[in-house]
Design a protein around this ligand. Structure first.
Ligand SMILES: C[S@@+](CC[C@H](N)C(=O)[O-])C[C@H]1O[C@@H](n2cnc3c(N)ncnc32)[C@H](O)[C@@H]1O
Length: 308
């Protein structure tokens, strides 16, 4: 049963719920039946953000493993799990968390389908190593019989006018008229305009949360990896960005979030999405072409160009 942790904070909307408390307790209290169609989350990375207590990597992984052990039996056989992670950093040394998590998922027999590189092009500048500019989404399925709707997330082809050069289809368009596979590198390079920027201070989705998912990132996963009306679960829901993506596309959502303020913001974002008032950047919106900006030129060239 979902109950507000603090008096007065409603946590459910029809088909949508946020458990404002510890995910481990929530999962331990759930019947051990497969109910989730898609699990999608970005866990705390144990890097000392305001919402976490940094601990030794082994202790952190033991904690995460306990949660994953509780979660997997509740994922349907046709279901998918997407775990979005970056690096654990200690004393200038990085431990890529996808590598650290892999043995835990393998123990459960999950099948890795893609390791998506999400390149966002912004972040902290390092002086003693190359600045990190990507994170990964590990997409696992529970079986071979999994949901995958590629057509729902195709992106425009680079050369839609390309034709077969020879053979029986010579002269016919060679690409899929619905667009191309978005591939496993989701990059903000200028030539790859169908990408998904991260949520920085000027992003339309920005809330008080320091590490939000962009809704578009989850839209692409929800659309391709679940059926309409599927139940999406985010164990570390933050401000419910996964829930917003689920609501936008007719899926249902359950999330767990220990922070009261984040849970409250998440619930109001869900309400907005259900009312058709979500503030979000759609996954299929082309990215801003930074070469059109005056700031892309050296100051001495500013006077000579007519760029805005
Ligand atoms: C990386 S953030 C996720 C942000 C989220 N993807 C979003 O778009 O808002 C991780 C979240 O997990 C929450 N959290 C940490 N420990 C938790 C626990 N034991 N149970 C539930 N939530 C927890 C944190 O408060 C934080 O909001």
């Amino acid at each position: 049963m979902l109950r507000p942790r603090k008096k007065g904070l409603p946590t459910t909307l029809p088909g949508f719920a946020i458990w404002n408390g510890d995910v481990e307790k929530f999962l331990a209290a759930l019947p051990s039946e497969p109910i989730f169609d898609l699990i999608v989350s970005s866990p705390p990375y144990n890097i000392g953000k305001s919402y976490e207590n940094k601990k030794a990597l082994e202790k952190y992984l033991e904690w995460q493993e306990r949660i994953i052990d509780l979660m997997i039996p509740r994922l349907k056989d046709t279901g998918s799990l997407c775990w979005q992670v970056g690096n654990f950093v200690d004393n200038g040394q990085i431990a890529p968390l996808d590598i650290e998590f892999a043995p835990i998922f393998k123990k459960h027999g999950l099948q890795l389908r893609n390791r998506i590189i999400w390149h966002f092009g912004h972040g902290l500048h390092n002086k003693r190593r190359f600045s990190g500019r990507y994170e990964t989404v590990m997409w696992y399925t529970k079986s071979d019989d999994y949901v995958f709707h590629l057509d729902a997330v195709r992106v425009p082809a680079k050369y839609p006018g390309k034709k077969h050069f020879k053979g029986p289809n010579a002269g016919q368009p060679s690409g899929n008229p619905m667009g191309k596979n978005p591939e496993d590198v989701w990059s903000v390079n200028p030539e790859d305009v169908w990408s998904i920027p991260n949520v920085k201070s000027n992003h339309v989705e920005k809330t008080d949360h320091p590490c939000q998912f962009p809704v578009g990132l989850i839209e692409r996963l929800v659309l391709s990896l679940s059926e309409p009306s599927a139940l999406v679960f985010d164990p570390f829901a933050g401000v419910a960005s996964s829930g917003v993506a689920a609501a936008l596309h007719g899926r249902r959502f359950v999330g767990c979030e220990i922070g009261d303020a984040y849970a409250k913001t998440g619930l109001s974002r869900l309400q907005d999405a259900l009312d058709g008032n979500a503030k979000f950047r759609p996954h299929d919106k082309p990215i801003y072409d930074h070469t059109r900006s005056k700031l892309s030129l050296a100051p001495e060239a500013w006077a000579k160009d007519d760029l805005k």
